[in-house]
Design a protein around this ligand. Structure first.
Ligand code: NAP
Ligand code: MG
Length: 401
């Protein structure tokens, strides 16, 4: 076949450790033989972030704003131990945090389903996609311990410090605790639009859950903002697409999710999303089978795997030991980005190629070739375990492709 031509480059964000090793092989074995790959390359590997004082991360995010589609490899978020290990100038911030801040986006996580691997909830036949609001609530809260005989107030002032409103939280007659949380209408609105766009694009219905019966101002504000944006901007399009938006209480959503067959976008406030995304990911099987995309409210996309750099495997690999690292979610980052680029640039062959690569990957696992993380989950006969270093999994996919 002639290689598929691209128009606009993808923003390519390279990363660290085991996923950086897989990154190169995926390109060499599964993409470059078929696609005349055009990328604008940014090395987000920790040494380069340190060398550029993390400017490279910011530049890659700005390039994503310019071109619209990025594909990102997992990266190390440094902690004290990494500062020592890499001799860093400072403890650089999480690249994902920086990119999310610049794109003002929402992260959607979706499992990759394969016949033979049954979720822990057997009724979940289709993916449950989870969207988590990445701003506010307890993640930007202030908290205090309060002593018996003290009072805690919610106090609102104007910029001059004049009191606008004062509400008693509690008059403490015993020692206790108090907490102040906030959110911003604009952030909730951007979150809502990202979610409505994602649901429309993927033709899946969307459920938002909160606790407006108890939190009559705070949680209710989420319900109202979503409802208003839905009515004014999305209802007609949703009806044309044959999907719906529903708000219900968070406990009701949890009950419905457990009974559902999947195939919905579950929209969560920050804390609910933090907790529930781990539950959903675990129920579907392996972190190596969880894809992730950051979508900005104005339709810019950054595709990646939901897992990290798989450090434990990397150190074994470096010591020449055998490992079995799952490359599926990283392949999905590439196919997601290529498919989206094809769609935006009007290159249907590119989108079709991405879908075929996904199908070939699924077919390879279904025929029994898989990494160690999947073997205990696979409920069929005839498993052939594959090692990372042999690149056998990628070669098998190429054969199927
Ligand atoms: P991790 O890289 O996701 O790995 C945690 C464990 O999950 C692995 O040790 C492995 O279990 C299993 N696992 C994850 N992905 C796998 C795959 N593709 N194939 C097979 N097994 C897989 O998380 P971490 O060890 O907590 O973090 C490592 C580094 O990644 C950290 O520096 C962190 O900052 C970074 N990180 C980056 C991102 C991102 O860029 N989006 C996200 C999370 C973490 P076994 O060891 O039991 O085989
Ligand atoms: Mg969590």
């Amino acid at each position: 076949m002639a290689k598929i031509k691209m128009k606009t480059p993808l923003v390519e964000m390279d990363g660290d450790e085991m996923t950086r090793v897989l990154w190169k092989w995926i390109k060499e074995i599964l993409i470059q033989p078929y696609v005349d790959l055009k990328t604008e390359y940014y090395d987000l590997g920790l040494p380069e972030r340190d060398r550029t004082d993390d400017k490279v991360t910011e530049q890659s995010a700005l390039a994503t704003l310019k071109y619209g589609v990025a594909v990102k490899c997992a990266t190390i978020t440094p902690n004290a131990q990494r500062v020592k290990e890499y001799g860093l100038k400072q403890m650089w911030k999480s690249p994902n945090g920086t990119i999310r801040r610049i794109l003002d986006g929402t992260v959607f996580r979706a499992p990759i389903l394969v016949d033979g691997i049954t979720p822990y909830v057997p009724s979940w036949q289709k993916p449950i996609v989870l969207a988590r609001h990445a701003y506010g609530d307890i993640y930007n809260s202030v908290e205090s311990r309060v002593k018996a005989g003290q009072n805690a107030y919610l106090l609102i002032t104007d910029n001059e410090g004049n009191e606008v409103e004062r509400k008693l939280i509690h008059s403490f007659n015993a020692d206790g605790i108090a907490q102040g949380v906030h959110n911003i209408d604009k952030s909730i609105g951007a979150f809502a639009r990202s979610c409505f766009n994602f649901a429309l694009e993927n033709k899946i219905s969307m459920w938002l859950g909160a606790k407006d019966t108890i939190s009559k101002t705070y949680d209710h504000r989420f319900k109202d903002i979503f409802a208003e944006i839905y009515e004014n901007e999305y209802r007609a399009e949703f009806e044309r697409a044959g999907i719906y938006y529903m708000y219900t209480l968070i406990d009701d959503v949890v009950a419905r999710i457990m009974r559902s067959e999947g195939g919905v976008l579950w929209v969560c406030k920050n804390y609910d999303g933090d907790v529930m995304s781990d539950m959903v990911a675990t129920a579907y099987g392996s972190l190596g089978m969880m894809s992730s995309v950051l979508v900005s409210p104005d339709g810019k996309y950054e595709f990646e795997a939901a897992h990290g750099t798989v450090t434990r495997h990397y150190y074994k690999w470096k010591d020449g030991e055998s490992t079995s690292t799952n490359s599926v979610a990283t392949i999905w980052a590439w196919t997601g980005a290529l498919a989206k680029r094809g769609e935006l640039d009007g290159i249907p062959e590119l989108t079709a190629f991405a879908k075929k690569l996904e199908a070939a990957t699924v077919a390879t696992i279904e025929s029994g070739y898989m990494t160690g993380d999947l073997i205990p989950l696979f409920k069929r006969e005839g498993v052939t375990p594959v090692k990372t270093e042999s690149r056998e999994f990628l070669k098998k996919i190429a054969e199927k492709l």
